[in-house]
Design a protein around this ligand. Structure first.
Ligand SMILES: [Zn+2]
Length: 456
């Protein structure tokens, strides 16, 4: 087997790993670069490999940094199947459609208001491109072998978001396991990820490879934030995509308000596809911890704002209320308009809920920056910025180590991807200490753009 990474190895976005087995060329994930400008420009370049020569795409989950480049790949000539789990397929549909709509809207607004350097400003892809891409999707069942020539592929539960999977690829000669993004061992919504099997190469994520999630409960932290919002009659802005963190957050709000009914306040989920998303959870009852009754309770509490016009009314509304809208890293979506409206007021709070990639607006806020550029306007954020600790969808260093240790035998070699440099280095050190001096080749970082021979 030969492995070449074209994104998501040296950084956290744009995941694209090309695996050449005895008889197949498989692309594991096909993500969009987000955040860094140099990365975003890479989304516009032709793929660094021939898409016509790729036999199939194996998609670990529907987050944009894993699936967001698929419509470009199809435009560039990829005609093969895109395999993912059944839920993963529906999640990818929601996320890709939303991404295309946002890009169409951004291009249209840029052209109307004339602030883009490009004339005319174009979307990276549009909804028609996404429709074409969705026709190439095929469903895989968790744990069930998928034969691609002599290469066998299996998707395994990863617990990161609905439909997320790790992928085991076996060509009869060698076995490689791609972790995809790994969920937590104890999550209010998702089950823990399935441990890896014995493999020659484990390609694993390292997003929080240098971090330990705090032991304190996110519910207690949420309680403090909500008390402050009620005292100041303020607005709590929560950047979170309607799928994934938003569900976890709604579960936490539901638990909190049951326990502390005096904290009752309106909760808005400003998202054009929020209703579709709640249905998704109902369609896959075995793949998460929420029962139909839980889902009813959670969604009874939230006011869903599907239409853009109604969403804009929230921009003129006085607090107290909670407003959840995507995207989670403030790279686009409705949250930007809401932030322009409510972000200056020092009584308000912006609550970040997940990983913030470098050079995203979310990261700027997290690192203490308060000046943002949004849709050609400058915004001085006066609102308090908080991070809801422990709500991450990613395993932390201890959980990543435990996950590797749960394998029946340690992988012969671990390749670390999907992490910033300090996270990859810290996790490599920790894993190498765990594996000791046995006959292993240890954990190391996967270089980008360089073909690695995985044979012993
Ligand atoms: Zn993800």
């Amino acid at each position: 087997m030969k492995l070449t990474s074209y994104g998501g190895a040296a950084g956290v976005t744009g995941s694209k790993h090309l695996l050449e087995t005895a008889d197949r060329r498989l692309l594991v994930d096909c993500g969009m670069f987000q955040g860094e400008k140099s990365g975003r420009l890479r989304n516009w370049e032709p793929p660094p490999f021939d898409p016509g020569q790729v036999d199939a795409v194996l998609l670990t989950h529907g987050h944009l940094d894993h699936c967001g480049y698929l419509p470009r790949l199809v435009k560039a000539g990829f005609r093969g199947p895109i395999y993912t789990t059944r839920a993963g397929r529906e999640v990818a549909r929601v996320i890709l459609m939303d991404s295309a709509r946002l890009q169409e809207e951004d291009a249209e607004r840029a052209n109307r208001e004339g602030w883009s350097k490009h004339r005319p400003a174009l979307p990276l892809y549009d909804t028609a491109d996404v429709e074409r891409t969705l026709h190439q999707f095929r469903s895989a069942e968790y744990g069930k072998p998928l034969g691609l020539g002599t290469t066998e592929v299996r998707f395994h539960y990863a617990g990161h978001i609905l439909g997320a999977a790790g992928v085991l690829i076996d060509d009869g000669d060698q076995r490689a396991w791609f972790s995809g993004d790994l969920g937590r061992l104890h999550d209010p919504v998702m089950f823990p990820p399935r441990p890896p099997e014995a493999v020659d190469a484990l390609v694993m994520e390292s997003t929080y490879g240098d971090r330990k999630h705090p032991a304190g409960s996110p519910e207690d932290q949420l309680e403090d934030v909500v008390r402050g919002i009620l005292e100041r009659q303020a607005v709590l802005l929560v950047p979170a995509f309607a799928l994934g963190r938003a569900q976890t957050l709604l579960v936490l709000f539901d638990r909190l308000l049951r326990r502390r009914p005096e904290l009752e306040l309106p909760i808005y989920l400003s998202s054009p596809m929020a209703a579709a998303v709640s249905e998704l959870y109902r369609n896959y009852p075995d793949e998460h911890r929420l029962s139909a009754t839980d889902l009813d309770a959670v969604f009874a509490r939230v006011r869903i704002v599907e239409h853009a016009q109604r969403a804009r009314r929230l921009d003129r509304k006085d607090g107290p209320f909670v407003l959840i809208a995507g995207s989670g890293m403030l790279t686009g979506g409705r949250i930007l308009g809401h932030l322009l409206a409510h972000g200056e007021n020092p009584d308000n709070v912006v609550l970040l809920t997940g990983y913030q990639a470098p050079e995203t607006r979310g990261r700027t806020l997290l690192d203490g920056g308060r000046e943002l550029k949004i849709q050609g306007r400058r915004l001085e954020v006066g609102a308090r910025v908080d991070e809801l600790q422990g709500l991450s969808a990613h395993a932390d260093q201890d959980e990543l180590r435990q996950w590797v240790q749960a394998a029946p035998e340690p992988p012969r070699r671990i390749w670390l991807v999907h992490g910033e440099a300090p996270a990859r280095a810290a996790l490599a050190e920790a894993l190498n200490a765990d594996m000791g001096d046995e006959d292993r080749q240890g954990a190391r970082e996967l270089p980008e753009g360089e073909a690695i021979d995985l044979s012993p």
